[in-house]
Design a protein around this ligand. Structure first.
Ligand SMILES: *Cc1c(COP(=O)(O)O)cnc(C)c1O
Length: 826
């Protein structure tokens, strides 16, 4: 059976279509051969999925030689290599991305259409590789694209989850999670490298107990990590790097006879438990759930990846001192920060180095990226997990801590406060290891992901550590790849851009600034608006075909698509919509530009309020749809199953990007950048990278509003949402309307918890920012009426989005953190 969302698509498009032979150059023969020999079907009778697989394999054939050549070049030149360790890679689809980066996309598409093949139908056969929750995982994927494009000798390491991010269905307005069995059918991109397996030793075993994984202490076990490689095609197809994803299996399921693995002794673990380890991605975003399986997953990633990269290093050198000159390991958040004790263990126990040498090599090889200041998201693992699973690593952590704290004491005699705050161990009812402290102490670089976030990190969250190691702290503002997020997803706008300034922007996105002089040209404005109109019509057509819903491409497309979280304030957006709704109800012939408000996003399955917000947004959409007074003027659409592919569809069609987090809470944001590149205007609080985006484009080309991070922090003590309720009529009417069950007429009281949060406490200060939001919104609508002025500002936004390419981020990582250079493939 197909995944529910896809089967409906497939069944509509499945009827086999005529196939004529002159297909695409070299690849047409490949394509046909794959259909004949892999699927064993007559090409003319092939199903869409078989065609997708044949096409995928053909593209892989095209890139295979260059992939091997890239790896051989690295083996020969032995450059300093970059290893990007991440628990998440939110890849999305690979077929069109690989074709785009091989610069074959237009010709393949054209040839397919010539051959009367349903190109879109074929492309949509590919499931999203959803091995991530949101921004952090997508960042990792964009970084891989940039590293390959910039010809850096890099490799991504992650886990091959059998089930990725859950699929979101909406039933009666509620989110229902469904498993994402993305590997049910053979994935054409992954290559099993069985011979490069790794053994991972644990001092416990696992057992399934009523569906839960439990630790069996005192029973050492061995797991096998089996690598699957995926090609990462750099733009132009010269460099093809690898993303190596580890799959866990048990020794008794693994055929060692096939390889000469040396001596293998390991207690046989229950195979079910071992294979459970990489079965599923944890669907929590911005919260840390202390679960043993997650802890084991993190260690498994670290142990497999370090063993693999050390083995590669040793093939070239037997001098351990060279490690930091040959290896840069970037830790994407604290999830892989067990790398600190694990690398120490390897250097101490396997290389037999003395402590000081091992410590020097470890800290010089590792670097850490912090992604959040939210206390609930900072990882802290109970000591007993370490004691049961990783006692040797715990011993090492104790030793690191004792040396570090005695150093701190000598610098701050008599100050036990600072010692307590910087300690790697948090003492309490249950002692825990502070993973952020471990990563900062055990590495040479700690970076935040936007200027404001890096500053807050230094001055608040880990202030003491920043004072002890000032030289370690730095900023690397996030970026997104302009290949996937502009060239691939928005062909019309890309063409308009290339017609004006040539094609260099694809590889050197700083060139996009050449658009700025065109912003005032009526002819260019017209072409720009036409591309936007096409993208909106395309989106409306797609939405209608998959859901039957109609949206008006001449309305303002106003978007907020991201994980559902209180700090991201989807409810602030909803309050704005309710105020507009009330205004129309009060003055029925009010003149307004028709607007469509799009929401999309998933809530963590255990996050009650976030799931209620989804229910609310769906009810809001239903109520407004059912109200003849507002029909055709405002419309709310909740798009289910937010994922990379949905973002690629909607962002090109967006007029307005909402980035409205409580200032100080969004570390960077990256959807803000995707919207900017695609010519949306941004309505936003001064938070994350949005601050830098507005700086680049000029604040008069942005719609900024609301409290600053400093104002938020300063008003924490006395802020009272009641004041806004009592003193602002529109705020009061909006909240009263929710409380009156206007949006829950058959579900009385359903939204009581939301009203409660807004009126009592309102930790994320929705009410404090509502009237400023509405004022900015009004200015934005007024501008929309002046099509040329709107286009001018939107074009200036695109023109100044250059610094938000992940190529810029990676250039800074490479020169300032990794000190690594490109290694071009001849
Ligand atoms: C870019 C992206 C994100 C990050 O969005 P933010 O608004 O920055 O939180 C999350 N999910 C997907 C699928 C994305 O493409």
């Amino acid at each position: 059976m197909d995944a529910p969302t896809r089967s409906s698509l497939a069944s509509k498009q499945t009827p086999p279509q005529p196939f004529s032979v002159p297909f695409f150059g070299q690849a047409d023969a490949l394509f046909e051969r794959h259909l004949l020999s892999d699927a064993v079907v007559e090409p003319v009778g092939a199903y869409e999925r078989q065609r997708f697989e044949a096409l995928g394999h053909s593209v892989r054939d095209v890139l295979a030689a260059q992939w091997i050549k890239t790896q051989a070049t690295y083996d020969q030149a032995d450059p300093k290599r970059i290893y990007y360790l991440s628990m998440e890679f939110l890849i999305g689809r690979s077929l069109t991305n690989n074709l785009t980066n091989l610069m074959l996309n237009p010709s393949f598409k054209h040839a397919a259409i010539e051959a009367q093949l349903d190109w879109v139908g074929m492309v949509e056969q590919e499931p999203d590789a959803g091995l991530g929750n949101g921004g952090l995982g997508r960042l990792a994927a964009c970084f891989l694209d940039s590293m390959a494009t910039m010809q850096l000798p890099a490799m991504g390491y992650g886990l091959r989850y059998e089930y990725g991010m859950f699929k979101q269905a909406i039933e009666q307005g509620w989110q229902r999670e469904q498993p994402d069995n993305w590997l049910r059918r053979q994935d054409p991109w992954e290559i099993l490298r069985r011979s490069e397996f790794v053994e991972v030793k644990l001092s416990c075993s696992f057992e399934m107990h009523q569906g839960n994984l439990q630790i069996v202490a005192g029973h050492p076990s061995t797991l096998i990590g089996v690598p699957y490689d995926r090609p990462i095609v750099g733009f132009g197809g010269r460099t093809i790097n690898s993303l190596r994803l580890w799959s866990a299996t048990a020794p008794d399921y693994f055929d060692f006879q096939e390889f000469s693995s040396g001596d293998f002794v390991g207690a046989l673990v229950g195979s079910i438990s071992a294979q459970t380890l990489t079965r599923v991605l944890y669907p929590d975003d911005s919260t840390q759930k202390g679960q043993a399986l997650r802890f084991a997953q993190e260690y498994f990633l670290v142990a497999c990846s370090l063993a693999d990269l050390i083995r590669r290093f040793r093939r070239h050198s037997d001098d351990w001192q060279l490690l930091p000159e040959k290896v840069a390991i970037q830790l994407n958040d604290t999830h892989p920060s067990l790398s600190v004790p694990e690398l120490m263990r390897i250097l101490l126990d396997e290389a037999n180095l003395p402590w000081d040498e091992a410590w020097d090599l470890t800290t010089r090889s590792l670097a850490y990226t912090n992604h959040t200041l939210l206390p609930e998201a900072l990882e802290k693992w109970p000591l007993h997990y370490f004691r049961q699973m990783l006692p040797r690593q715990l011993e090492i952590i104790y030793e690191i801590n004792s040396r570090f704290l005695s150093d701190v004491r000598s610098r701050h005699p008599g100050d036990e406060g600072i010692v307590e705050r910087v300690s790697l161990i948090e003492e309490g009812e249950e002692d825990k290891v502070r993973m952020a402290n471990l990563a900062i102490v055990g590495s040479h670089s700690t970076n935040g992901v936007a200027a404001i976030h890096s500053n807050l990190l230094k001055t608040t969250t880990v202030r003491d550590l920043a004072q002890i190691f000032p030289e370690r702290f730095n900023n690397k503002t996030n970026g997104v790849t302009p290949r996937r997020w502009l060239l691939m997803c928005n062909p019309d706008l890309s063409q308009v851009i290339s017609d004006a300034i040539g094609e260099d922007w694809m590889e050197d996105f700083s060139k996009i600034v050449d658009l700025a002089p065109h912003a005032g040209e009526p002819g260019f404005q017209h072409a720009f608006l036409q591309a936007k109109r096409n993208a909106k019509a395309n989106f409306a057509g797609w939405l209608h075909s998959v859901s039957g819903q109609s949206v008006d491409p001449d309305s303002i497309f106003d978007c907020q698509i991201k994980r559902i979280h209180e700090y991201k304030r989807q409810m602030l957006n909803a309050l704005r919509v309710i105020v507009l709704y009330n205004r129309i109800r009060a003055v029925p012939d009010l003149e307004i530009t028709p607007r469509t408000f799009f929401f999309a996003g998933k809530a963590a399955p255990g996050y009650r309020i976030a799931k209620l917000i989804i229910k609310f947004l769906n009810n809001l959409a239903g109520t407004i749809d059912g109200d003849p007074l507002v029909r055709g003027r405002i419309k709310v659409v909740f798009l289910p199953e937010y994922c990379v592919s949905l973002a690629e569809r909607l962002i090109p069609a967006a007029d307005v990007s909402n980035q409205i987090s409580t200032a100080g809470y969004e570390a960077s944001g990256t959807s803000n950048m995707k919207f900017m590149m695609n010519g949306a205007l941004t309505i936003a609080t001064r938070d994350g990278a949005t601050i830098e985006m507005a700086e680049q484009a000029g604040e008069d080309n942005f719609f900024l509003f609301g409290l600053t991070a400093q104002q938020v922090a300063e008003s924490r003590g006395w802020y009272d949402p009641r004041w806004h309720y009592d003193n602002d009529v529109e705020t009061r009417q909006a909240i009263d309307l929710i409380a009156s069950d206007h949006f829950s007429q058959n579900e009385r009281g359903a939204f009581g918890p939301i009203v409660d949060i807004l009126l009592h406490g309102d930790h994320y200060m929705h009410l404090a920012d509502l009237s400023a939001y509405l004022a900015a919104d009004q200015a934005l609508c007024a501008l929309y009426a002046d099509r040329n002025e709107w286009a001018r500002k939107a074009i200036l936004n695109v023109a100044h989005s250059g610094p938000f390419s992940s190529d810029r981020s990676i250039a800074q990582y490479a020169s300032e953190i990794w000190r690594a250079k490109p290694c071009p493939v001849a």
